[in-house]
Design a protein around this ligand. Structure first.
Ligand SMILES: *Cc1c(COP(=O)(O)O)cnc(C)c1O
Length: 386
């Protein structure tokens, strides 16, 4: 009998969580019994663990990665007339934090190899209205954060790292979130440290800034019912903190698995001769970076990305496009009037990128099927061309 191959999901959260089920139940039960659902020792313990893990002196929990970015800009007092430089090739939240406060996002292009901020373009975009730079450590690999911080420091501009996809990543062995004035993390379930709901964290090496971030995250209230600034309500709840503390214990192991999967993809795709200008471009690893592989992102050349994705879907292999529409082309940002003529690599990446399944529980057999399906796409198109 012929066995029908199983589908390969893009991500299977249950598979990654199941081995730790007892630990989750135990941790959550403790919270239920404690009766403390906001603040409490779990939240401060997680803050300490993240601060230590990220080699930052301070960490402040908040409700999401999006809020972390927004709070960072609020604490810096950014508003109308201010410019914030940010890549266009990113998730919406890296940019919405800027426009929400009435400031203007200035879009930087990306490097074609890492998909991260192009530092030469960044330098050209700095004006006397630039109030912050938000580099994004996309897909789990740090942007050239040393150079970015140098450029920013020479002009006294604060750097806010969008490390939502990059907890545990490093550049020159120094962790994401410890380079800029503020680091922003997300615990959205698909992130490397994913919760069972929303959550976020801000890190800072500056005690005064850390204090301001905490003030803004708590209604700007200090002491109780006395409001110093107009803050928001953004808290990491205790259930999430309990879950995340369990996951913290297994984070390094999960990253090792992701890294092994990435290594095999690259080896097998090379072996199958799938790599080439008209075929696939593999992810590039910056030699200074420690990559934590939140995503495995290939380019599909020759204008075949969407056909490849359809082929994979037909074969039951999950894939996703992060991100199909760069921020300067979003309807909600049309009012900015950015035409994209100086963002060529951003637009090319949006047209070519394809993200393949990578999660700690992905098996070798499943991975083999992904590679076989990618290979069969080219055999099929070779037949069609013949
Ligand atoms: C996920 C993500 C965010 C937002 O995090 P949430 O916790 O979902 O609000 C911000 N920036 C990037 C690059 C992200 O991937």
């Amino acid at each position: 009998m012929v066995q029908t191959p199983q589908n390969v999901p893009l991500l299977d959260v249950n598979r990654d969580n199941r081995p730790h089920r007892e630990e989750f139940i135990e941790a959550l039960t403790e919270v239920v019994d404690s009766g403390r659902f906001l603040f409490g020792p779990e939240v401060s313990a997680l803050e300490e663990e993240i601060a230590k893990y990220s080699q930052a002196d301070h960490a402040i929990g908040c409700a999401s990665g999006s809020d972390a970015l927004l709070l960072a800009l609020m604490a810096l007092g950014i508003g109308p007339g201010d410019e914030v430089i940010v890549p266009s090739f990113t998730f919406f939240a890296s940019v919405s934090c800027v426009t929400r406060l009435g400031a203007t996002p200035i879009f930087a292009d990306i490097r074609p190899d890492t998909f991260n901020l192009d530092t030469d373009h960044l330098e050209q975009l700095i004006t006397d209205r630039t109030r912050a730079i938000i580099p994004v450590h996309l897909f789990g690999q740090c942007a050239e954060i040393d150079r970015i911080c140098q450029i920013a420091a020479s002009r006294d501009i604060p750097v806010i790292e969008d490390a939502a996809q990059a907890i545990g990543a490093a550049y020159h062995s120094r962790p994401a979130g410890s380079w800029g004035l503020i680091g922003c993390f997300s615990f959205y379930p698909t992130k490397n440290l994913g919760g069972m709901g929303d959550g976020g964290m801000m890190t800072s090496g500056d005690a005064e800034m850390a204090d301001r971030l905490r003030l803004f995250a708590g209604h700007g209230m200090r002491p109780r019912y006395y409001h110093q600034v107009v803050g928001i309500n953004s808290r990491l709840d205790t259930f999430q903190a309990a879950v995340l503390r369990v996951k913290m214990r297994h984070l390094d192991d999960a990253v090792q698995r992701r890294s092994a999967i990435a290594g095999r993809y690259m080896e097998w795709m090379e072996d199958q001769q799938l790599v080439g200008e008209d075929q696939i471009t593999l992810p590039y690893i910056d030699p200074n970076a420690f990559h934590v592989w939140n995503q495995f992102s290939i380019r599909v050349g020759g204008g075949q990305r969407d056909a490849m994705r359809a082929h994979l879907a037909e074969q039951g292999v999950g894939s996703e496009i992060y991100y199909p529409v760069p921020m300067h082309q979003q309807e909600c940002f049309a009012f900015l009037g950015v035409d994209g003529s100086d963002l060529p690599e951003t637009e090319r990446a949006a047209a070519e990128i394809l993200n393949l399944p990578i999660f700690p529980g992905l098996t070798q057999e499943e991975q083999l099927r992904v590679v076989e399906c990618v290979a069969s796409f080219y055999q099929k198109s070779a037949r069609l061309a013949a």
